[in-house]
Design a protein around this ligand. Structure first.
Ligand code: NDP
Ligand code: GDR
Length: 372
């Protein structure tokens, strides 16, 4: 049997990196679409790089963009993939309020462009399609926990664009018999999560605060509740969906919910810091009330988290909690990483990154310090 070929859009992102690694491990030939940028943007997949000058290259990158149909058609025609995983998106909910039209184009129409390319190239029977749908579709939640049958109520330009992508995927499945599936994935994180999503923003900032590289971190709505899993577990679910006899739609979640405040407390505890939350709304702060161990140089009494309304969203998704029973029953999938283990892994990775920055700074070089 010949090697299966997969095409991943968004291969340079968090999920793209984990999925590429999973598929390479399963013996696939993996093709990824990356965007042209003015500097290197392949940090998350550099460990998978294969020299194009050697024979039997199984990991191949193509320049492309979801807003460019002709480019997508050409890549799909060239690769003739057995499976396409559409992970590319402008994926930041808050930023989608700043760039609604671009978000609709990339996240909504981008999905249509891929589906149309499959159809135009006559690959309906060959190519299976995965769409990265999202728990953001539930938005203002109509039922708890959320399952496949829960009505959608999107609350951001991002979620509205993803709603179009969800339904166009269903429509192409029904209209043209495509093997097309929506994974309705709840939030999933990892040490390579984008630095401006709340979990990574917290672990990265707390590590830097512990080592004296930064004084405090500014966040938005601390009461938001999310169902947080590990990206490594979630990409396995994507693959399983495309191995089913037919395309379908599945919720992927842990079934556990925590607030941003709880996530902060758990992350701080990894550094030996006990926090107390004081005040309300924009005046809320987190203060260090006890310090144990040697990982942190923080003092009791220091305020290390403050609220900045800049991070509030015009319409917020306050609470999400998924019911992944269908995935458990039909895909044999369930989340295997607890939130405690996820936080530990993220905190450890950001702590060692901060230690490297500290070393650079102590040697007299300017320390790396990117900002949102
Ligand atoms: P990331 O933001 O980490 O990655 C997004 C990827 O899409 C990056 O490779 C990015 O490229 C690429 N991209 C963005 N715009 C375009 C474009 N116009 N054309 C081509 N590529 C583009 O997201 P995640 O890995 O976290 O998420 C993967 C997908 O799953 C996204 O569609 C997201 O919306 C969705 N999702 C994510 C969840 C999560 O909790 N992580 C939950 C549910 C759904 P570059 O590196 O150049 O920026
Ligand atoms: P989300 O993730 O919007 O759920 O979208 P994010 O981590 O950005 O926000 C989660 C919750 O935390 C609150 N919050 C903050 N968020 C950010 N980014 N920065 C802050 O400073 C901050 N303070 C509080 C937010 O208001 C929100 O309630 C993610 C993305 O990966 C989407 O692509 C994906 O579809 C969904 O998860 C499921």
């Amino acid at each position: 049997m010949s090697m299966k070929k997969a095409l991943i859009t968004g291969v340079t992102g968090q999920d793209g990196a984990y999925l590429a690694e999973l598929l390479l491990g399963k013996g696939y030939e993996v093709h990824g679409i990356k965007r042209r940028a003015s500097s290197f943007n392949t940090d998350r997949i550099d460990h998978l790089y294969q020299d194009p000058h050697v024979d039997n290259q199984r990991f191949v990158l193509h320049y492309g963009d979801l807003t460019d149909s002709s480019n997508l058609i050409r890549i799909i025609q060239q690769v003739q993939p057995d499976e396409i995983y559409n992970l590319a998106a402008m994926s930041h909910v808050a930023v989608s309020f700043e760039m609604p039209e671009y978000t609709a184009n990339a996240d909504g129409l981008g999905t249509l462009r891929l589906l149309e390319a499959i159809r135009m190239l006559g690959l309906e029977k060959k190519t299976r399609f995965y769409q990265a749908s999202t728990s953001e579709l539930y938005g203002l939640v109509q039922e708890t926990p959320q399952r496949e049958s829960t009505p959608f109520y999107p609350r951001s330009p991002y979620a509205v664009a993803k709603l179009y992508a969800y339904w166009i995927t269903v429509n192409y499945r029904e209209a043209y018999g495509l093997h097309a599936s929506n994974g309705i994935l709840f939030n999933h994180e990892s040490p390579v999560r984008g630095e401006t999503f709340v979990t990574r923003k917290i672990t990265r900032a707390l590590a830097r605060i512990a080592l004296g590289l930064q004084d405090c971190v500014y966040l938005g709505n601390l009461s938001a509740q999310r169902d947080w899993g590990h990206a490594r577990d979630y990409v396995e679910a994507m693959w399983r969906m495309l191995q089913q006899p037919r395309g379908d739609d599945y919720v992927i979640a842990t079934g556990q919910q925590h607030s941003v405040r709880e996530f902060i407390a758990l992350a701080a505890a990894e550094l030996g810091l006990t926090l107390a939350f004081e005040g309300q709304g924009v005046d809320e702060v987190a203060r260090v009330v006890a310090v144990s161990g040697t990982q942190s140089r923080c003092q009791v009494g220091e305020v290390i988290v403050r609220v900045d309304p800049r991070y509030f969203r015009p319409t917020e998704v306050e609470t999400l909690l998924g019911d992944a029973s269908k995935a458990r029953e039909q895909l044999g999938w369930q989340a295997t990483t607890s939130l405690a283990d996820l936080v530990r892994e993220m905190m450890a990775a950001d702590y060692s990154a901060a230690q490297r920055d500290e070393l650079v700074k102590s040697a007299g070089y300017p320390a790396y310090d990117a900002h949102e």
